[in-house]
Every structure is written in structure tokens, then in C-alpha cells.
Design a protein around this ligand. Structure first.
Ligand code: PGA
Length: 305
């Protein structure tokens, strides 16, 4: 009888190696895995010694994979994907009493995803929910690497094999500080507001991209006064009178005045977009994920939208 040899590597070492390979540095991997740098370095040293090959070479302040390292990373990515499929099958066999829902949302979804998750989480207390919030570019990368079962975003990328379903409107509105002269106007003309300097989200944000697309479709060049890395940073800057901005209505309180802000009624706005559930069309969807989708769709029909 033939038994394969036990691999000369542990899952823990491989997970640390995977994190270093993805994040390009030991410090970042240590942060992401909540471990210390010496622990990660030690695991990588042991891994490299037991395999008898160099996996990384230092470059600048980070590290780069050697040819052998790249080969190992390809193998580890495939192994972990296979392991996830195994866990999903076990969860299926056990009838949704355990398992993990892996979901990624773009930054703006943090304002409502808890509401989407609540009924599902209450109904399936044994299912762990692993939610990652990143900006659009980062979520697209995660979809490319098949890291999640479902993503929530407004602009699914065209270059990946994906399916999507729209579940809720996402109006992008113009906001100004309370007391701004536009607050009391019935409708601010397009020419006037579109020539005003805007506070914008960072490169890689879907909100930024949707805003730039809107201007490009109208042949107007937006004036960007300031770039800020989060919706909250923009809201505070607008409330502090630093400028106006276009953001999803979902980033604002029910009564924006409570945050020192007002939604301006402006010609040509809001930019009408929709929140979509997005998943890989070339991968079997785990049962936990399809149950979650049913929940979201049902509640959207009941009046979220
Ligand atoms: P953002 O993305 O929250 O990163 O701006 C929005 C989106 O892509 O839907």
C-alpha cells in the first residue's frame, strides 16, 4: 500500500507565508494575523529550512518571493481554496448548523451591512460571519483571488467572471455644511455646483470613480480640492466648512442636520446607482452564501430599497 509522505510544512507556517506573500512584508503580515514579527520570521525560517529552499529575498523595506517562493505561493493558494471547498461541503452536510459566511463590502456598506446580517445571524447562530470592509479596488482584488463568497458593491468589475443582482438603490448626493447658501435653494443649477471645488474620496474608491464617471459623461472636469481616505473624514471636513462633496446617502444619518450637514437639492443629482450582491460565476456558491442572499433579497423586497 502506498501512503504519501507527510508534508514538511505546517498549515500555520503556510498561512504566515501566504500573508507575507500577499502583503509584501513581515510587519504587515504580523499585523494582519495578530502575531509578532519574530513569530512570523521564525515560522518562515523553519519552513524554508525544512523545504531546503530560500523563499524570500529582502528588497528595500519589504521582501520579495524567490522563484521557489512564487511556486510555493501558487500551491498554497490552490490548497487553501480546496480546503475552503471542503469546509463548505462539511457545512452543507451539517445543514447550516456550522460554517462560515465570507463576505466583503466596499467602504460605504459599513453603514448598513449590520442591518443586512442581523436576521441571518439570528436565524443561524452556528454560522460564523467573516466580514471584510475595504475600498472598491481592494474588494475587486479579493474577488480576483476568490477570497470571499459574496461581495457587496455598486460597480462590479467587468474583467472578472462574475454574476450580480441589484438589491437596493444607492443615491449619491451633494452635501454641504448647514448654513451654506445652497441649503435653502429649491434647486442649485448644474453649472453652479459642478464648478465648485469638491472633497473627494481616495483613488480606488467606487464613490470617487462614480463621481468622476458622472462628470466625464457630461464633459465637465471636476475641481478636486482635497482627497480624503474615508467617508467619515469627508463628512467631518464638509461640516467644518472645508468644501462640499458627493457621497452615498447611506453614509449620512437619517437627519443629516444632526451631523452638521445638509443634502443639497441640485440639478442632475443624485447620481443613481444600486447596491449589488456580486459573486464568482465560475465557482460553486456555498449553501451558507446562497441562504444569505435569499435573506438579503427577501428583506430588500420587504422595503429596504
Ligand atoms: P467605496 O466604493 O465605498 O470604496 O467608495 C463604493 C463602491 O464601489 O460601491
Amino acid at each position: 500500500m502506498y501512503f504519501s509522505k507527510a508534508p514538511r510544512a505546517t498549515f500555520t507556517q503556510l498561512r504566515s507565508f501566504d500573508a507575507v506573500a500577499q502583503l509584501g512584508g513581515i510587519t504587515r503580515a504580523a499585523e494582519a494575523l495578530h502575531l509578532t514579527q519574530p513569530t512570523i520570521s521564525g515560522q518562515l525560517r523553519e519552513l524554508s529550512e525544512s523545504l531546503g529552499v530560500e523563499l524570500l529575498t529582502p528588497v528595500g523595506r519589504g521582501v520579495q518571493l524567490t522563484d521557489e517562493g512564487r511556486e510555493l505561493h501558487r500551491t498554497v493558494t490552490a490548497m487553501f481554496a480546496q480546503w475552503r471547498t471542503f469546509e463548505e461541503s462539511v457545512a452543507d452536510l451539517q445543514g447550516m448548523t456550522r460554517g462560515t459566511l465570507r463576505i466583503a463590502g466596499v467602504t460605504t456598506t459599513e453603514y448598513f451591512l449590520a442591518q443586512w446580517l442581523k436576521p441571518f445571524a439570528e436565524h443561524y447562530p452556528g454560522i460564523e460571519i467573516d466580514l471584510v470592509i475595504e475600498n472598491r479596488d481592494a474588494v475587486v482584488k479579493r474577488l480576483a483571488r476568490e477570497q470571499d463568497d459574496i461581495a457587496v458593491m455598486m460597480m462590479p468589475p467587468l474583467e472578472l467572471p462574475l454574476q450580480s443582482v441589484a438589491v437596493m438603490d444607492n443615491p449619491l448626493v451633494l452635501i454641504a455644511p448647514l448654513g451654506h447658501p445652497w441649503v435653502s435653494r429649491r434647486s442649485v443649477p448644474f453649472k453652479l455646483w459642478s464648478s465648485e471645488a469638491l472633497l473627494m474620496r481616495e483613488e480606488g474608491s467606487g464613490t470617487r470613480q462614480a463621481t468622476l464617471d458622472y462628470f466625464a459623461e457630461r464633459g465637465v472636469k471636476p475641481k478636486v480640492r482635497m482627497t480624503l481616505g474615508s467617508n467619515e473624514a469627508i463628512k467631518h471636513a464638509v461640516a467644518a466648512n472645508l468644501g462640499v462633496a458627493i457621497l452615498s446617502r447611506h453614509t449620512l444619518a437619517k437627519k443629516p442636520a444632526n451631523e452638521g450637514l445638509a443634502v443639497i437639492s441640485a440639478a442632475g443629482l443624485p447620481i443613481r446607482r444600486q447596491w449589488q450582491l456580486v459573486w464568482r460565476s465560475d465557482r460553486r456558491m456555498p449553501r451558507v452564501a446562497s441562504r444569505f442572499m435569499d435573506y438579503v433579497k427577501q428583506h430588500a423586497d420587504d422595503g429596504w430599497a
